[in-house]
Design a protein around this ligand. Structure first.
Ligand code: GLY
Length: 251
């Protein structure tokens, strides 16, 4: 794994997903267009909700973006952890009724281990507690060691922000080593300390939340992924926190 600039990581990601048939779109505006459930865009999927529900036909059923985001639910964490920021960029690959768990997880693993050359022994995967299908795919298809797979509950592994498309998710974590750990015997993926850093979320987006906690199955199964660009740069550059990556430091 080599030091890689934030701008190079962005380009490697977008071109990797172009090579997998995705259409690269520019970031949408931070101000939502016709979505009263959000004050500001908080994720790569948010400006494309209607593609997920099938209300609007996307320009292609595979899209990749690097979306400008502001995520306020985490704002109290900013300045306390190494990984939370106010404004950040989110890399994403999206399937609108096209590929699903098998392809999304295989490509995520390929990008991490072959393009970025992350050491496999530093990578961990979490899955939603009862998602046995994801467990089978990660272990049998992608060859992930079962000791590096952790099942977590709804708070960690069911992705939703307000109303709209949502679903169980599977996150990829990087072990930054004991020096970033809390020392607890229970420390592992999902711990609030900065040792095991979640950097990529693969959402198996198959439900719609009406905003009142009522879930209905979407007509199509989708993939919505989100990778924090600054978090990934922090890992790839071996710096302490997201404010020390090259673009923020202007190096
Ligand atoms: N939409 C997936 C994420 O923001 O993590």
């Amino acid at each position: 794994m080599e030091w890689t600039s934030l701008n190079d990581i962005r380009e490697k990601y977008l071109s990797f997903f172009e090579s997998k048939g995705h259409l690269r779109l520019p970031s949408f505006s931070l101000v939502p267009n016709g979505d009263k459930s959000l004050l500001l865009i908080n994720s790569g999927m948010a400006p494309m909700k209607k593609y997920f529900t099938g209300e609007v036909t996307p320009p292609r059923n595979r899209v990749t973006t690097c979306q400008k985001c502001i995520r306020t639910p985490d704002i109290e964490q900013v300045g306390k952890t190494a990984r939370h920021g106010t404004f950040f960029e989110m890399l994403g690959n999206f399937s609108f009724g096209d590929y699903f768990k098998k392809e999304a997880t295989a490509w995520a693993w390929e990008f991490c281990t072959e393009v970025l050359e992350m050491p496999v022994d530093k990578l961990y995967v979490t899955i939603y507690e009862n998602d046995d299908e994801a467990y089978e795919i990660w272990t049998k298809q992608n060859g992930v060691d079962p000791s590096h797979i952790v099942r977590l509950g709804k708070a960690d592994n069911f992705w939703e922000h307000g109303s709209g498309p949502c679903g169980p998710c599977s996150e990829i974590y990087f072990d930054r080593g004991e020096k970033y750990g809390c020392g607890s015997p229970d420390c592992g993926p999902g711990c609030e300390c900065d040792r095991f850093t979640e950097f990529w979320n693969n959402v198996f987006s198959q439900f719609n939340n009406d905003g009142n906690g009522n879930y209905t199955e979407l007509a199509q199964k989708n993939i919505d992924t989100g990778m924090g660009l600054e978090r990934l740069a922090c890992i790839m550059q071996g710096v302490d926190n997201i404010f020390e990556v090259d673009t923020v430091q202007n190096t």
